[in-house]
Design a protein around this ligand. Structure first.
Ligand code: CAA
Length: 260
């Protein structure tokens, strides 16, 4: 099923899953202002749609995304880039309430790697390459790379990747803890869909509160995080899904969750 029409991304709905495909093939899916604006719009569209339970974000076989659009940035100065504040738009990706699975093939460089890391789960094709090459064009990551990469792979690997700009392969990314799984190129989307379908069967309200609680890890102390988790747990006891889930367990039948 098709959804709203966009110029730089393609969107599609399959059952409870929305698939967003970055689509600027000539620029290796460089993340222009227009593309990021459309991506945020599509994420909002699917976040609002009760039928959608999981979102998959993908690119082409050649590139998930080769970074922010260098041609758009080349002539900026400090004031003009601050006034445009493009990364404020990017930052809205992380406020998506539904889980986002990044299905990454080919280049995931600079902003492309940062965008994948803003997603909740990363499935990589064997062809995937992850890197933060900004140092080679005289800047540094600006959309979360220094923070999210360091949290994912640790200080030493992050230093090496960001200071040399050298990308790592899908296998290295798996060993470093940057991706969940590496799969053959041809089955990338099928693997992402299978995982999305598994999550889509769970209570959407429990999935949402679980995602929120996991993301809290990145900006709280352990005691605040534990308190947040406990409150979300207690809150679920006013949902119909909690009643249904526990009743179904006791009655030895599959649960039918509604997200209420
Ligand atoms: N921005 C704009 N255009 C880009 C681009 C980018 N990030 N990456 C690739 N393109 C364009 C190229 O300019 C080229 O366009 P033309 O045909 O008009 O010349 C087209 O895509 C194909 O690219 P190449 O010819 O370079 O393809 P290749 O196979 O030889 O190399 C590559 C592929 C190694 C990915 C190379 O394109 C490359 O190094 N790209 C830039 C990677 C990069 O530095 N990314 C970081 C950007 S800054 C950033 O992201 C900041 C941040 O933190 C958000």
């Amino acid at each position: 099923m098709m959804t709203m029409t966009y110029k730089t991304i393609l969107t599609e709905i399959e059952g409870n899953i929305a698939i967003i495909r970055l689509n600027r093939p000539k620029a290796l899916n460089a993340l222009s202002h227009e593309l990021m604006g459309e991506l945020v719009e599509a994420l909002n569209e699917f976040d609002r749609d009760d039928k959608i339970r999981v979102i998959i974000l993908t690119g082409s076989d050649r590139a998930f995304a080769a970074g922010a659009d260098i041609k758009e940035m080349a002539d900026e100065n400090t004031v003009s880039i601050m006034l445009k504040d493009q990364f404020a738009t990017w930052d809205r990706v992380r406020h998506t309430k539904k889980p986002i699975i990044a299905a990454v093939a080919g280049y995931a460089l600079g902003g492309g790697c940062e965008l994948a890391m803003t997603c909740d789960i990363i499935i990589a094709a064997e062809s995937a390459q992850f890197g933060q090459p900004e140092i080679s064009i005289g800047v540094i990551p600006g959309a979360g790379g220094t923070q999210r990469l360091t949290r994912a792979v640790g200080k030493y690997k992050a230093m090496e990747m960001i200071l040399t700009g050298r990308p790592i392969t899908a296998g290295e990314a798996l060993r470093a803890g940057l991706v969940n799984k590496v799969v053959a190129n041809e089955v990338l989307l099928d693997e992402a869909k299978a995982l999305a379908e598994e999550i889509a069967k769970k209570s959407p309200i429990a999935v949402r509160l679980a995602k929120e609680a996991i993301l809290k890890v990145f900006d709280t102390s352990i005691s605040e995080g534990l308190e947040f988790e406990r409150k979300n747990f207690y809150m679920l006891f006013s949902s119909e899904d909690q009643k249904e889930g526990m009743k179904a367990f006791i009655e030895k039948r599959p649960a039918a969750f509604t997200g209420r």
